[in-house]
Design a protein around this ligand. Structure first.
Ligand SMILES: Nc1ncnc2c1ncn2[C@@H]1O[C@H](COP(=O)(O)OP(=O)(O)O)[C@@H](O)[C@H]1O
Ligand SMILES: [Mg+2]
Length: 256
């Protein structure tokens, strides 16, 4: 019997439409294998929704894409560069990651515009002053999320939904090509969740951006994403969230 070579490599051209290519990825925390057998392509201008129950490895998958956790197996290519090697430095401003909600202390001593400016530090270094162009970028980013009127307010004084908009502005201030966003609705009530989803949809429509959204909110994934993945440590289903298949996959994955 001839041995079939396992193709673990991503084959992408320079101008490939595949911006993220994950092959045979597995990540463990000590002996707990959080995700395995992950194969996933994300295309230019995708709005990909990732759903799955608690502990199904959604956050781990996103973290692995930005090097926040190291896989013990597999390959990740971003913009056709090996994300697990030092090449990642060349592309760090092209991809932005907004982690799961952490509440901001009421007394956190930063103004809204400073929080957005923090998104520039990765590029500029913390102690460099902000130029006129930087301030313009901060303003533009706040304008995108409709928050310019609150730019001088302390971030801790804003509501949960307003803080989430500011964090989105921070994530966009470098004009990334890819936005990875983890559970942006989880601490928000229905109406505000919908408002944030509308905001993401507007950004998606008005720019070339590619969005990978991790969310429990199946209705939002169904309404706004063009592709979806259901996972339970590995990918169980992939397809159009508007299809009937999605509902069946969701039932299987969430054990409804
Ligand atoms: N920092 C960590 N240390 C140890 N185990 C972790 C850590 N983060 C996540 N895990 C474990 O990995 C699994 C997947 O977690 P996670 O990626 O956060 O899932 P999800 O985002 O889908 O809720 C869970 O079993 C969780 O307990
Ligand atoms: Mg999570």
């Amino acid at each position: 019997m001839s041995k079939q070579a396992v193709d673990n490599d991503c084959h992408m051209d320079e101008d490939s439409n595949i911006l993220i290519c994950v092959k045979d990825l597995a990540v463990a925390y000590q002996t707990n294998v959080a995700v395995f057998d992950i194969n996933l392509d994300v295309y230019r201008h995708d709005f990909l929704g990732i759903c799955g129950p608690n502990g199904s490895g959604k956050s781990t998958l996103l973290k692995s894409l930005v090097g926040a956790v190291k896989p013990f197996q597999g390959n990740i290519r971003l913009f056709n560069k090996d994300a697990l090697k030092s090449e990642i430095r060349e592309i760090q401003n092209r991809i932005s990651y907004l982690p799961q909600i952490e509440t901001i202390d009421r007394n956190f001593p930063a103004l809204v515009k400073d929080v957005v400016g923090m998104g520039l530090y990765a590029q500029k270094g913390f102690f460099r002053g902000l130029s006129k162009e930087d301030n313009q970028r901060i303003f533009d980013s706040l304008e995108t999320v409709g928050m310019t009127n609150l730019s001088e307010r302390p971030i801790g004084h804003l509501s949960g939904g307003q803080q989430q908009k500011v964090k989105i502005a921070r994530a966009l201030v470098n004009k990334p090509e890819i936005l990875l966003i983890d559970e942006p609705f989880s601490a928000l009530d229905f109406k505000i969740a919908k408002e944030i989803a509308e905001l993401l949809a507007k950004i998606y429509k008005e720019t070339e951006i590619t969005i990978v959204l991790v969310s429990h909110n199946l209705a939002i994934i169904r309404e706004y994403c063009n592709r979806a993945v259901c996972m339970d440590r590995r990918i169980i289903w992939e397809g159009k969230p508007q299809s009937k298949d999605f509902d069946e996959a969701v039932q299987r994955v969430f054990h409804f």
